[in-house]
Design a protein around this ligand. Structure first.
Ligand code: IVH
Length: 711
């Protein structure tokens, strides 16, 4: 049997009572949790906790670090979505700083190349040039040059908003204050990576240790810690370096290829990476990957993979973006780092959507410079497949900023008597049955056990309510997580609609809110007025607030943009519920830019569940949802028009046609109706063409379409 652990649980201990050992464990636990929430927020677009809860996690870390200033920097410093730190001014990026999709295998790289060729309709497998370059393990930065002078430098932050670190950047010797040479655009935002050379990092750590100051876990943390110093004099003393590899807002571009622009940046005096190569085939890309991998230790800068980018900029533009990553680039990551440790326990967490997630509680261990004490186990099948028992010695791995995983069990070390883990079939939060279902989301491993308790399950209901009032949803002032927690426990708010009857019910109550401890008449009045202010709400917030699986902020916006009113969205989804997966109604939703089958299925599931419909109708009897206001970025001849593509398209792929039309402000529909403005017909167009002619819809050939959108 595994030894029983009788230590107290550090997560329940106030910061001022933690021992240094507990503080280390607790900070790593928090870091893993934060990393997980960053991941679901920034990468999967499906936050699981409210911003306030998230902030509380970060605050607890900050408190621990304040009390124990000598703890080594850990995972937290590695996080992608590190929001602006206090003390630096915030900067909105005029062009968002996006992230990259990852490839982990040769096959992923081949798929990427095939996808790009297909999208661009290039038949010659050698007809595409790609740049291959090291993926620098530092922190990305955007430097705005105006008339050749460095005007502003900002960290990536969450991609939309970063920190103004101009003064710190000015102290970096490699970064020119003024660009030199010819044809410098009046505005040019050079983007790239700030990093520290491993030898400089070693020397810095030795120096820090000698004076009893904080040492850093790895060069990346050292670079981040050095740049985000409020006192720029400290940054100046740190050996930071920079490679430029891309750009943000520019008034003009000096070349029409990726390589050309990078060369121009070099010409203007910006440091660029010397190890970039142009490749023509997947084989050449993989060959580059292996060669760089062999040189990894001696490059003079840390890397965590390589990046492949389509070289021609007109191709890049045609390929565009999906959610937060460009279609024209991919990061090919090196394999993850591993370590061996003891599995102390398996905890089941119930998420906002009712999914039961097993979390491995590990004896803390350092993996690739970071202490890990939690790892994801995905689902019950994974536990069975890997034959995991509590008390096992396990191999743990982490790659970059993803949650650590258990790779395998070292069976020889299993203590005698360790029983296989039996996954609960009952929700630990509410006792409802938890059923197995297929799950398409990337990390789920294909199946998930989900609590059927819906709105009655406290884990779900409470989390759903917290999500409902969170900043990007209803955002009700004075009704944050704590209040929801309190009102939920007291039975005052159990479903969203209860928020809007709170005042009326309170009037009838014997224990009115205003008489409660810590809640005077004024603040209660303020809360009621804040609730009133949200009786009218914008469509995209409303959709997001419903907490439908896979419908995060971006997807909610995409849906709002496509349907404009909640009634239209609902009618479309109800038609898909009726028609099933093969129906045109289903295909129409699927055809919306940014929406895929996973989302359509989630919408269909949501609207098929009578409990949800009932709760929704109840809510709608208190709330008015205002139509989506279209912000027209472009004014093109097809802005606001509805277009249908049919037949075999030869000049462009269906995906590209759709992406272009939507970029220019048109709606792309799957079938011809009275609302259709244009039907673009390729070869062998069938019934849609006939229907369009009958309905008097303007029918265009591919060339006529291209002429129209050029105009
Ligand atoms: S290109 C539109 N090139 O990797 C995205 N990124 O995982 C443009 N990175 O946020 C990024 N080396 O901080 C690019 N050679 C390279 C890179 C690189 C490191 C970082 C960058 C980005 C992250 C995405």
């Amino acid at each position: 049997m595994a030894k029983k652990v009788t230590k107290r649980d550090p997560s329940r201990v106030p910061v001022d009572k933690l021992t240094i050992g507990e503080a280390t464990v607790e900070r790593e636990r928090l870091a893993a949790e934060i990393a997980h929430h960053d991941k679901v927020y920034y990468q999967s677009d499906s936050p699981e906790i409210s911003d306030a809860d998230y902030d509380a996690l970060r605050r607890r870390v900050a408190e621990i670090e304040k009390r124990f200033p000598n703890l080594e920097l850990g995972l937290l410093d590695l996080l992608v979505g590190a929001g602006p730190a206090e003390g630096f001014k915030k900067v909105q990026h005029s062009v968002p700083m996006l992230s990259l999709d990852n490839a982990f295998s040769d096959e992923d790289v081949q798929d990427f190349v095939t996808r790009v060729l297909r999208f661009l309709r290039i038949n010659d497998p050698q007809g595409l040039e790609l740049s291959a370059e090291p993926k620098i393990d530092g922190l990305s930065i955007s430097m705005r040059y105006e008339k050749g002078h460095l005007a502003l430098a900002a960290t990536r932050g969450d991609g939309a908003e970063g920190e103004n670190v101009t003064e710190n950047i000015r102290t970096i010797a490699e970064i020119p204050e003024r660009l030199s040479g010819r044809n410098i655009p009046s505005v040019f935002e050079a983007r790239g990576e700030i990093y520290m050379r491993p030898d400089d990092f070693q020397a810095l750590n030795q120096k820090q240790a000698a004076i009893g100051a904080k040492t850093f876990a790895n060069p990346r943390n050292a670079a981040a810690g050095s740049l985000r110093q409020l006192d720029a004099a400290i940054t100046a003393a740190r050996p930071l370096r920079f490679f430029a590899y891309t750009w943000g807002e520019v008034t003009s571009l000096p070349a029409d290829t990726q390589q050309g622009v990078v060369e121009a940046m070099r010409g203007w005096g910006l440091p660029v990476n010397p190890d970039v190569e142009l490749c023509r085939t997947t084989e050449e890309l993989l060959d580059y990957y292996h060669r760089i991998g062999e040189r990894r230790a001696s490059l003079g800068y840390d890397i965590d993979g390589v990046v492949y980018k389509v070289n021609r900029l007109d191709y890049q533009e045609r390929l565009g973006f999906v959610s937060r990553s460009p279609r024209w680039a991919i990061a090919h990551k090196f394999p993850a780092e591993q370590a061996v440790t003891l599995l102390r326990d398996i905890e089941i967490q119930v998420g906002r959507t009712g999914s039961l997630t097993p979390v491995a509680k590990l004896e803390p261990v350092t993996v690739g410079g970071v202490v890990v004490s939690n790892a994801t186990l995905h689902n019950e099948d994974e536990i069975a497949r890997k034959d995991i028992h509590i008390g096992d010695t396990v191999v743990v791995q982490r790659a970059g900023d993803v949650i650590p995983q258990i790779v395998s069990v070292i069976k020889e070390k299993r203590p005698s008597g360790a029983e296989p883990f039996i996954f609960p079939k009952i929700c630990p939060a509410c006792g409802s049955h938890a059923v197995r279902e297929a799950d398409e989301s990337p990390d789920s491993g294909g199946v998930v056990r989900r609590c059927t308790g819906g709105l009655i399950c406290p884990a779900q209901a409470k989390e759903r309510l917290k999500h409902f009032v969170s900043r990007l949803a209803f955002d009700i002032e004075g009704l944050g997580e704590e209040k929801i927690e309190l009102f939920f426990e007291d039975g005052l708010i159990r479903r969203p609609a209860d928020i809007f009857t709170l005042e009326a019910n309170d009037k009838k109550s014997l224990t009115q809110l205003k008489n409660r401890k810590g809640m005077g008449a004024k603040s209660v009045e303020k809360l009621f007025r804040a609730i009133d202010a949200r009786r009218t709400i914008g469509l995209e917030r409303f959709i997001f607030a419903l907490g439908i699986r896979h419908v995060g902020e971006t997807t909610a916006k995409d849906l709002a943009k496509a349907y404009q009113t909640f009634e239209a969205l609902r009618a479309a989804v109800e038609a898909a519920v009726q028609g099933g997966k093969e129906s045109e109604a289903y295909a129409d939703i699927d055809a919306i830019e940014g929406i895929g089958e996973t989302v359509v299925d989630a919408l269909v599931d949501f609207f098929s569940e009578p409990h949800n419909v009932e709760a929704l109708d109840d809510l709608l009897s208190h709330v008015t949802v205002t139509p989506y206001v279209r912000v027209q970025a472009t004014d093109s001849p097809i802005t606001g028009k509805t277009v249908v593509f049919t037949g075999t398209l030869e000049r462009f792929s269906r995906n590209e046609a759709k992406a272009t039309a939507e970029r220019l402000g048109a709606k792309v529909a799957g079938s011809v109706s009275g609302k259709t403005d244009y039907l673009v017909a390729g070869a062998d167009a069938g019934s849609k063409l006939a229907k369009a002619r009958e309905a008097g819809v303007t029918v265009l050939t591919e060339d006529e379409w291209l002429d129209l959108i050029k105009g």
